[in-house]
Design a protein. Structure first.
Length: 372
């Protein structure tokens, strides 16, 4: 695969109002303060990591995100592709309308690409697509965007990803007993009790050239569906292993060259077990450095492929990655203390989705915001 640069990134999340602030908070091991929602069936509270109060509706938040990302380049976007990746898409819009009109009606339903069409027409993008492949949505958005740029279809690409506080997601994950009752988000802990959902809004500008201060290079990646189950992937890790191998092959690198793996780490029983097995299949007993980011961002679902990638790349340019206070008990050798990784190191970022869609990205950091 022809490498593509992540030229710029924007992140609005529970860790801060911008990407630099979020990366700094990560370095300080500053866990965000969780809000709550009520799980209806059990009549119990569950934690939720909100991105901060805003009077803006979704359209306005996304417009603000694009303004921040594009800056002076917000004009003349007729050579630029727009990809919107999310599991919420227009669900929150439908929920708001149903609430205002005291009930859902069939005529409220809208096509999933309505939001993308509106943004594309207002901004003048060459074309707009939407992606909803569960937790891999934004990771697939980066992959597809990179491939279209490499093929010469567009000169630039914007990947925009978001997850909003949707009642459907909150109650749905709660009904499946996948949300943490304790509020302790501990991927790979033997006594993990589920995920903590998080709100975020993220955007990235892709280009074949680095630009003035690139975050990282996307060297390759791979995405595939494990059809052995309707909801999850094989717990023996075989499909996850195959996806990581194909991702590395597409980038022209081997497992031995990987300096750091950003684990998916949802803290759900089956997913953590499958990822642990997949890691040991690929790397054997000598695993590279590992990190998880969801304890700080929450599980941002379809946006995690972008939110976590941007946060990781920005943090590597700032300094050390944080350790975890439960590392000695973890199922994988997670770091217990802050640790450094070279800013131009080879990174493998994993995103393994509900429904068995699995994706891995091969990235290389850009030293001091310069060329790799």
């Amino acid at each position: 695969m022809i490498p593509v640069y992540l030229q710029r990134g924007v992140l609005h999340s529970c860790l801060g109002a911008d990407l630099a602030s979020a990366a700094h908070a990560l370095g300080q091991r500053s866990l965000p303060q969780a809000g709550q929602f009520l799980l209806h069936e059990q009549h119990q509270p569950r934690p939720y990591l909100y991105a901060g109060a805003s009077a803006d509706d979704l359209d306005q938040r996304l417009e603000r995100l694009l303004d921040e990302l594009l800056g002076a380049d917000s004009q003349d976007l007729d050579d630029c592709l727009l990809i919107i990746a999310s599991t919420s898409l227009d669900i929150t819009e439908l929920e708001s309308r149903a609430s205002a009109e005291q009930g859902f009606r069939p005529e409220h339903s809208t096509p999933l690409d309505l939001l993308a069409e509106r943004l594309s027409q207002r901004r003048g993008f060459a074309e707009a697509f939407t992606l909803n492949t569960a937790c891999t949505s934004a990771a697939n958005g980066l992959l597809y965007g990179a491939r279209l740029l490499a093929a010469g279809a567009y000169q630039r690409g914007v990947v925009l990803a978001f997850e909003t506080p949707s009642a459907l997601a909150m109650q749905g994950f709660g009904a499946l007993e996948l949300t943490s009752a304790s509020g302790q988000y501990r991927p790979f802990h033997p006594e993990r009790d589920g995920l903590v959902l998080g709100e975020c809004y993220a955007a990235c500008l892709l280009g074949l050239e680095p630009g003035p201060a690139p975050l990282a290079r996307l060297l390759g990646g791979y995405s595939a569906c494990d059809t052995s189950s309707l909801t999850t992937t094989r717990e023996d890790g075989s499909h996850i292993d195959a996806v990581m191998q194909q991702a590395l092959r597409s980038a022209g690198h081997s497992a031995a060259e990987v300096a750091l793996v950003k684990l998916h780490g949802t803290a759900t029983g089956a997913n953590d077990h499958a990822e642990s097995n997949g890691m040991r299949r690929l790397f054997g007993a000598q695993l590279p450095a590992l990190c998880v980011l969801k304890p700080w961002l929450g599980h941002t679902l379809g946006a995690c492929g972008l939110s976590e990638t941007l946060l990781l790349a920005q943090r590597l340019q700032q300094g050390a990655l944080p350790g975890l206070d439960y590392a000695s008990q973890a199922l994988l050798p997670l770091p217990g203390k802050p640790f450094d990784v070279a800013t131009d190191a080879l990174l493998l970022a994993n995103f393994f989705g509900f429904g068995g869609n699995n994706a891995s990205l091969v990235l290389q950091g850009c030293a001091n915001g310069g060329q790799a």
